[in-house]
Design a binder for this molecule. Structure first.
Ligand code: ADP
Ligand code: MG
Length: 693
């Protein structure tokens, strides 16, 4: 059970004073669904409002907090004129300027004859000082609330600074003191404050220096996050290690059939990965291995051969994919291989009818189904296996620990192979998975040609459409990806639909479209039309994986490529260059490009090496939250920056190992505090793996 102490942090943002539904939704979109999420939203800047001169001393451009008396109001004589409020102090006069202001509101805010404290930036207009739209107007009693260093937070459209600041202050007010989970010696060596003190310091910077990730307060918070994740990983790993394994050895009869009939030879890294997996499965301990390789590097056949090993040993194997499309994709790739082996392969998704599902459940329970591919449908309660020995999990970062454990709990000593098309840099691998065994597919299958990648400003869209037209006329197939900007799915979809409409106007029924709001069958139909060549141009939003393997597709157009993360661009580009023909990728960008976006696009032009791209991605993102992170699937670290805090990552790993060695059930006083830490960072699935006492 979550410690009651943390309850206020787990309530929704509307539980805070002054936050209604509308504001609550915006806050939720920006930071997450809980009050606690506000705590992790650290300031990016600050405004020093402590300078409080007399009007006569204030200079243009200065940020000031002034105490003034309101003289009178000057309503605009025309629509273009602003509303002006004249104020004075002993030695000077200044006007406050409001464009499109409501006079009622301004009258109430600044009643003539009364004193007010105002804060904003001084401007000079016709020789007189003025402040346009002062940031704060308060009474004398509230002066201290304004005259301070104000933190500046990252925002989302529709949310303004003041309510967000208030929400964060309110969240900090709700924050309890928590028992110390840090090792006292380590804490002292680093000169760190208590958790809550560090949190308050991080939110109340006094100077620019306090905003740096290397301040003691921010390092402490980063360490807490890293410790929570490392401890969670260690606990789950420990549990897996303690569970008895079993030796699964195939005799090779099915695999040999497939290998003999494959139209290609396995690459050296495929062979090596296969041997590593077979070795793990044959050993008595449980396999938890990751199979990493770029899109198109040939993971599927490696995974399938492992699944056949389980069947050769008289057991069952299951592959779970995070989306319907990916599950179908794997099924389509594996079905011919299964045929070569002479073994049946079944697909289970949420879309199957109740009757079909019942049949499948029966087949799994009585063992007549030996190989199954599916979505989350596989971890439903009704699913039971006769003897599941191998679980293959695709794109595992999309699944929670819980779902993975649920699948492996459906068998006895289930070996686990997780596949990831995201090449993960070493530091990140460590941060997210601990020291997991990994096999990497490093070379592309023979015969692949490099992809010609170009960046094109969006104002040359016409030329791009022309080039796409020539490809289509020559019988080629083209992907056209429209971005999702998260701000509003509806608006994004509208943009994608507009693009679809203009392309249809040009190319008629050669264009198909897929997006996340589409119903499954509709989507499949569009995908199938593209795969068969009936449609030659596929417009897609990124809500869905462009998860079709269409070797005939040779052009990838990505609109507003500057809005995508590197990992995502790399994944998308990997959809072409899969056939014999030369492919190209056009990255259309809107100007002006930020420095970071410029670097991203440059790296895309420079290399196709996924591991190199991943390293650059991590370097550019630092593990912080950036637009596109969520879609790229890489885990978000909210406080830790894996580049700047990599020393802390190592320390957190060592720390968590020591904890598990000395206090495996977190029973000591520090163990109790560590449980609180796990809950705080929502790593409680790991707590559940602890057996009591
Ligand atoms: P991934 O799952 O890693 O994205 P796939 O397993 O779908 O990649 O493989 C992509 C394509 O490459 C498939 O059509 C597959 O048949 C083919 N393929 C796999 N291994 C090889 C190989 N060694 N040589 C040639 N083609 C291969
Ligand atoms: Mg084993």
């Amino acid at each position: 059970m979550r410690p009651a102490l943390l309850n206020p942090l787990f309530a929704g943002p509307t539980s805070l004073p002054g936050i209604g539904d509308k504001l609550g939704r915006l806050v939720e979109k920006l930071v997450g669904p809980r009050v606690g999420d506000l705590l992790w939203h650290l300031p990016q800047g600050l405004i020093d409002r402590r300078f409080s001169p007399k009007i006569a001393e204030a200079r243009a451009g200065e940020m000031v907090t002034l105490t003034v008396t309101v003289s009178d109001h000057q309503a605009p004589r025309s629509r273009r004129q602003p509303y002006r409020v004249w104020c004075h102090d002993e030695g000077g006069t200044l006007s406050l300027v409001f464009f499109h202001g409501h006079s009622d509101y301004i009258q109430k805010l600044l009643p003539p004859g009364e004193q007010r404290v105002i804060s904003g930036r001084i401007e000079m207009f016709q020789g007189l000082p003025q402040i346009t739209h002062p940031d704060h107007v308060v009474t004398l009693a509230e002066r201290d609330k304004v005259m301070r260093v104000e933190p500046v937070y990252g925002m989302t459209a529709g949310l303004t600074a003041k309510p967000l600041q208030k929400a964060i202050e309110a969240a900090l007010d709700r924050t309890p003191d928590l028992p110390e989970w840090l090792d006292p010696a380590w804490k002292q060596r680093n000169g760190w404050a208590d958790w809550k003190t560090a949190l308050l310091q991080a939110h109340h910077p006094e100077s620019e220096k306090d905003l740096e990730p290397t301040t003691p307060a921010r390092r402490r918070l980063a360490y807490d996050e890293l410790l929570a994740s490392q401890l969670a990983i260690s606990l789950v790993r420990e549990q897996q290690r303690e569970m008895p394994g079993r030796s699964i050895r195939g005799d090779g009869r099915l695999r040999d059939k497939v290998l003999a009939a494959l139209p290609y030879r396995l690459t050296p890294s495929q062979v090596m990965a296969g041997a590593e997996i077979a070795g793990d499965m044959a050993s008595d301990s449980r396999m938890v291995r990751m199979l990493q390789g770029d899109v198109g590097s040939g993971k599927t056949v490696v995974a399938f051969l492992a699944m056949l090993t389980a069947v050769e040993a008289g057991c069952q194997a299951a592959l779970m994919a995070p989306t319907e499309i990916l599950a179908r994709q794997h099924f389509a790739t594996m079905a011919p291989l299964a045929e070569l082996a002479g073994v049946g392969l079944t697909l289970l998704t949420g879309r199957d009818t109740a009757k079909r599902k019942a049949q499948i459940y029966e087949g799994l329970a009585n063992g007549s189904i030996q190989l199954i591919v599916g979505t989350h449908a596989l971890v439903q309660e009704d699913v039971a296996f006769a003897d599941l020995a191998l679980a293959v999990i695709d794109e595992q970062h999309r699944f929670g620990v819980h779902q993975r454990l649920t699948l492996s709990a459906k068998g006895r000593a289930v070996d686990m192979l997780v596949m990831s098309a995201t090449p993960i840099p070493r530091t990140l691998m460590l941060a997210v998975y601990g020291d997991l065994d990994a096999s990497r597919l490093t070379e592309k299958p023979a015969g692949r040609k490099p992809i010609d990648t170009r960046t094109v400003p969006l104002d040359r869209l016409d030329e791009v459409v022309g080039a796409v037209g020539r490809r289509i006329a020559a019988g080629g197939r083209v992907y056209w990806v429209c971005p999702l900007v998260e701000e509003s799915e509806v608006v994004d979809l509208a943009a994608a639909e507009d693009r679809f409409a203009t392309l249809v106007a040009r190319f008629g029924d050669k264009v198909a479209m897929v997006h996340g709001q589409m119903k499954g069958p509709e989507r499949d139909k569009a995908m199938a039309a593209f795969a068969s060549g009936q449609a030659q141009l596929l417009v897609a939003t990124t809500v869905i994986e462009v998860g079709v393997d269409v070797p005939a597709a040779t052009v990838m157009v990505i609109e507003h490529a500057e809005r995508f993360g590197l990992a995502q661009l790399h994944q998308l580009r990997g959809r072409v260059g899969r056939g014999e023909e030369a492919s190209s990728c056009l990255l259309l960008y809107g100007s002006p490009l930020s420095e970071n976006a410029h670097s991203r696009l440059a790296i895309m032009r420079e290399t196709e090496d996924g591991f190199r791209i991943a390293e650059e991605d991590l370097r550019l993102r630092g593990g912080g939250e950036v637009l596109g992170t969520r879609q790229s699937g890489l885990p978000e670290m909210r406080l830790a920056n894996l580049t700047l805090h990599s020393d802390l990552l190592q320390a957190a790993r060592d720390d968590s190992r020591l904890i598990i060695e000395r206090d495996p059930t977190l029973a000591t006083q520090r163990g109790e505090a560590l449980r609180t830490l796990l809950y705080l960072f929502e790593r409680d699935a790991a707590v559940r793996t602890l057996r009591s006492g």
